[in-house]
Design a binder for this molecule. Structure first.
Ligand code: PLP
Length: 442
């Protein structure tokens, strides 16, 4: 591979998302290739991928069956109109997803990103209530420290201050539950913490405040991912399910990260034995090889729309690339890999060793907390005094340039999510790499 030969000016025109552009362009971090558990730098150096890209390359990089499926489809059907027409593979994929989703979540609506999936779910919730003659149900309840992508709907129900404060008023009528994380009660917990189920009772308070007749849906991630891996306290999600059901409020699980094996089952809903009314998914559905996302909706929701004149569109919503042929082909090949290689079970079996490995970083310099669940771990570092985010940024730089390791860093938190194909020794390699980085940024 050609050596890295890029001058700062050539980097300038690209406005890099969620990135410190000026610092990045002075010393860029580029990946030019990938295979299995590694990225390749432009000079060919291998970089260990400890976060499966952005929690999405669950089966490892550039898997041949997926590559082949995409190539074949590109040559056979580059595009079919998404509205009023279809193509066979997208129906096959929807049918496969309906089998994998819990309960009667039997209908798949496709989008291209998790953010669009969230917008789709919120819009379905509003239109569903309207179709049932309860059009006053327009409020949404999200949660502090929730991440639901970056559309206006997603940042409104999301609870990340930095993602909200630049953008004005957003959706009206949104309220938030408290975060379920309290370090003083939960520090260094493996799996779901004992403390915190009572925080779901806040929903009862919010219902009393707004009245159930004004609330369309509650949306939460079963495990908050992007804000540092915050597993749900034991019993918390069950309570949310009961309260929402008792009040005719839809429950949306945003499984963009937790879907497709991250927590040892296809969806986190299965791990927790809870069937929400809708699930948003993305990322792992195609192993990230082609963008695809969507919403699984219950039969009850779908049927509510299937009234009126048959020639009329029932839901005025969709994307040019909903169910794109290349994405559908990639999705089917990905689901085959998950099944044939038993990757959800492998993930479940690896969870205890992964939790032990991550927890053994306790005691390394500046480690303030570690949380693990499934094949996810959040490692909080003490911020440098007066400079929040700087230690995390230095970790990002040192990992790439000095240690050939990639771990997603959010402010001063390292987020680890190894591919589901990892072994115990792979997890040990990640652990040892992180330990070196922590010493380096001490
Ligand atoms: C829970 C959750 N919802 C939504 C999104 C947004 O997905 P995308 O970046 O594909 O728009 C993400 C992305 O990480 C996510 O973690």
């Amino acid at each position: 591979m050609a050596p890295l030969d890029m001058k700062p000016n050539e980097l300038e025109p690209y406005w890099v998302p969620f990135t410190a552009n000026r610092a990045f362009k002075k010393r860029p971090r580029l990946f030019a290739g990938a295979k299995d558990r590694h990225y390749l730098k432009p000079d060919g150096t291998k970089v260990l991928d400890a976060t499966s890209g952005l929690f999405c390359v669950n089966a490892g990089h550039c898997r041949e069956p997926i590559v082949k499926a995409i190539q074949d489809m590109a040559a056979r059907l580059d595009y079919a109109p998404a509205f009023q027409y279809g193509h066979p593979k997208v129906f096959e994929l929807a049918s496969r997803l309906a089998l994998l989703a819990p309960g009667d979540l039997d209908y798949a609506f496709f989008s291209n990103s998790g953010s669009e999936a969230v917008d789709t779910a919120l819009k379905i919730a509003l239109a569903y209530h309207k179709a049932r003659g309860e059009g006053a149900r327009t409020r949404f309840i999200g949660r502090e420290r929730g991440y639901h992508g970056i559309g206006f709907g997603g940042i409104s129900v999301g609870g990340i201050v930095a993602n909200r404060k630049q953008f004005g008023n957003m959706l009206t009528g949104v309220d938030h539950l408290s975060t379920t994380y309290d370090r003083s009660k939960q520090a260094f917990t493996k799996g779901e913490p004992e403390w915190g189920a009572h925080l779901a009772d806040e929903l009862t308070r919010l219902i009393a405040l707004h009245d159930a007749s004004t609330i369309a849906a509650v949306i939460v991630e079963p495990v908050a991912g992007s804000t540092g891996i915050l597993p749900p306290p034991k019993g918390y999600l069950e309570k949310l399910r009961k309260i929402t059901a008792d009040h005719g409020i839809l429950l949306i699980f945003d499984e963009v990260i937790t879907g497709f094996g991250r927590l040892g089952s296809c969806f986190a809903s299965e791990r927790y034995g809870i069937t929400p009314d809708m699930i948003t998914f993305a990322k792992g559905v195609t192993n990230a090889a082609v963008p695809m996302a969507g919403v699984m909706a219950s039969k009850g929701i779908y049927d509510t729309f299937m009234t009126g004149a048959e020639h009329m569109i029932e839901l005025f919503h969709g994307y040019t690339y909903s169910g794109h042929p290349l994405a559908a082909a990639a999705g089917l090949a990905t689901l085959d890999i998950y099944k044939d290689e038993g990757l959800f079970e492998r993930s479940r079996k690896l969870e205890p060793a992964f939790a032990d490995a991550m927890m053994s970083l306790k005691g390394e310099p500046n480690v303030a907390d570690i949380r693990t669940v499934g094949l996810l771990a959040g490692i909080d570092l003490e911020p440098i005094a007066g400079k929040p985010g700087l230690r995390g940024y230095e970790a990002t730089e040192r990992m790439y340039h000095d240690f050939n390791l990639y771990v997603r860093v959010a402010m001063d938190t390292l987020i680890v999510a190894p591919p589901l194909v990892s072994t115990e020794s792979d997890v040990g390699e990640i652990r040892d790499g992180i330990a070196k980085v922590l010493k380096a940024v001490a």
